[in-house]
Write a protein that binds this ligand. Structure first.
Ligand SMILES: [Zn+2]
Length: 427
């Protein structure tokens, strides 16, 4: 059997090659003329700017892809896992934490350089950046630390589950009934974890922007009229200071279990674009009114399937044990290094996670079309199209993505498909 190191290498190179093919498809597609629906998004001069922007973006992306591939190869074949294994004498929590921290520090340094180049090189060059260095540092620190904290906490939790599974199941011998109960327990603990993670995310969002409640008045009345026939209503409406970071006109509906709020970018208010704002809010209310459909039930089905697979593995753990042995032998270590286990398992389940990703993106795009139809219903179809067109030109958006790339990578419809669908709904 090939070494797990070679397996990881093959997978990394494979995904790099896939990226190159996709990028080639995209370049070729960009040479086609824009269809009528999106032909007036850019004027000729701005379109040239967009083309240059794409070219600069690609250069930057390729540079960091190359750096990351080299880093991956160095890490795969480095003896660092052996050293860590020796240092911590088989303590899986410290082994995981040390491995993760070493790799986190290296990749965060690279990512920060990339992010700096994107913000102050690329975005600045095309007038898309409004952050100053202080704002940039603040955002980077907050995002990196939050990501680190949540990932380490989650993976240490999974390590704990992995380490105790044999003990809880009395050496995997308790049968389906007890294994099922253990599964339920794990699901409950993970659920609590994600609730806490969401609350942290919410707190961070509130730190990154200043939210001011929308004052009573005509605008608020209009927003309330839009949601008059919705069963669920949003009472908290805030304006947030997007203008200190970007020029984006955006509005979102934030849902946290019992809590709902609208966030409206101040750029909407500053630029006096009430019709466009109401068009976007109608869209958000469309999301609010969404009734569960077959797509939602299929996605619940996915969770059930996942739980069944976990249950089957708990009762028949041989394949997992073979895998973890294989990883230990390949990396010449004596104790489980959960970092490596997560990486290898992540690669093994890639075909499944790819398919599941395709489905959830399809579902997400479907819900976007549905929400757009709510805007059309309220008479804001034309305003919504105007908003999308201005936004696309302002932010140099690819308005005509290749259908395959849209299908595999977009969780919101591409502008061409989206505007076409709005026009059809308006008929
Ligand atoms: Zn939406």
């Amino acid at each position: 059997m090939i070494s797990a190191r070679i397996f990881i290498l093959i997978m990394s190179i494979g995904s790099l090659l896939y990226g190159i093919i996709i990028s080639g498809i995209s370049d070729k597609h960009r040479k086609k003329p824009l269809p009528e629906e999106v032909s007036d998004v850019y004027n000729p001069e701005r379109y040239q700017t967009y083309i240059n922007f794409e070219a600069d973006k690609k250069k930057l992306r390729n540079k960091y892809k190359a750096i990351n591939l080299i880093l991956d190869i160095v890490l795969i074949f480095s003896p660092v896992y052996e050293y860590i294994d020796n240092w911590f004498n088989g303590n899986p929590y410290l082994i995981f934490l040390t491995t993760y921290m070493i790799i986190w520090v290296i990749s965060t340094i690279i990512e920060t350089f990339a992010s700096y180049e994107i913000t102050f090189g690329l975005m600045e060059k095309y007038g898309l950046n409004k952050k100053d260095l202080k704002e940039f540092v603040k955002d980077e620190v907050i995002n990196e630390l939050m990501g680190l904290f949540i990932t380490v906490a989650l993976l240490e939790l999974l390590t704990f589950i992995g380490e105790h599974m044999s003990e809880w199941t009395n050496g995997f011998s308790v049968g389906y009934k007890v294994s099922f109960l253990i599964c339920l327990g794990i699901v409950a603990v993970l659920f609590i974890f994600f609730v806490v993670a969401q609350l942290i995310g919410y707190a961070v969002l509130k730190k990154q922007y200043t939210f001011t409640p929308l004052e009573d008045g005509e605008l608020k009345d209009k927003i309330n009229a839009l949601q008059a026939d919705s069963k669920k209503k949003v009472k908290r409406i805030y304006i947030y200071n997007e203008s200190k970071k970007t020029t984006t006109k955006n509005a979102f509906l934030l849902k946290l279990f019992w809590h709902r709020e609208f966030g409206i970018a101040d750029n909407f208010i500053n630029e006096n674009a009430e019709d466009e704002l109401l068009a976007v809010l109608s869209h958000e209310i469309g999301h609010l009114k969404h009734k569960k459909n077959i797509l939602n039930f299929i996605s619940y089905g996915e969770y059930v399937l996942l739980a069944i697979i976990v249950l089957l593995l708990m009762v028949n753990p041989e394949i997992i044990l073979i895998c973890t042995n294989w990883i230990r032998e390949s990396f010449n270590i004596t104790a489980n290094n959960y970092y490596l286990i997560f990486i290898v398992f992540g690669h093994i389940i890639k075909p499944i996670s790819f398919l599941s990703g395709l489905f959830s993106m399809y579902k997400s795009r479907w819900e976007e079309y549905e929400a757009d139809r709510e805007s059309v219903k309220n008479g804001y179809g034309e305003a919504l199209i105007t908003t999308f067109k201005t936004l696309s030109s302002d932010e140099l958006v690819n308005v005509y993505p290749h259908p395959f790339i849209e299908f595999t990578e977009y969780d919101h419809p591409g502008m061409y498909q989206r505007i076409k669908a709005i026009r059809e709904a308006m008929k």
